[in-house]
Design a binder for this molecule. Structure first.
Ligand code: SF4
Ligand code: SF4
Length: 101
């Protein structure tokens, strides 16, 4: 989009248009959830400033045999790699890995 197309005042004329912008493009590190370590406490989900941690109804059996009925997935189209989730995870189940493009 050229600056000439930006509405006067930079107003948002179309509600919900942020889903069309893939704001994860400039991420340097990306968070990866270790589903085995994750206790599904949802602290990362609460703290993520972009709301990109999604709770999926996908079962997951850990290596110790525990069966979870949910799996947490990160929407990398919009995750900016801020690392807040990794900082807040009480069991260090989120690792930041260098983004490869
Ligand atoms: S904060 Fe950590 S343990 Fe809790 S849901 Fe997120 S990844 Fe899992
Ligand atoms: S790195 Fe930041 S934007 Fe990405 S999932 Fe974690 S808290 Fe959300």
């Amino acid at each position: 989009m050229s600056w000439k197309e930006i509405p006067i005042g930079g107003i948002i004329v179309e509600a919900g248009n942020s889903v069309k912008r893939k704001t994860g493009d400039w991420r340097v590190f990306k968070p990866v959830i270790d589903q085995d370590k994750c206790t599904r406490c949802l602290i990362c989900w609460m703290y993520c400033p972009d709301g990109v941690i999604e709770i999926r109804d996908i079962s997951y059996k850990t290596s110790t045999g525990r069966l979870w009925t949910t799996t947490l997935e990160i929407n990398y189209d919009h995750c900016k790699g801020c690392a807040i989730c990794a900082e807040e995870c009480p069991v260090n189940a989120i690792e930041l890995v260098e983004e490869v493009k």
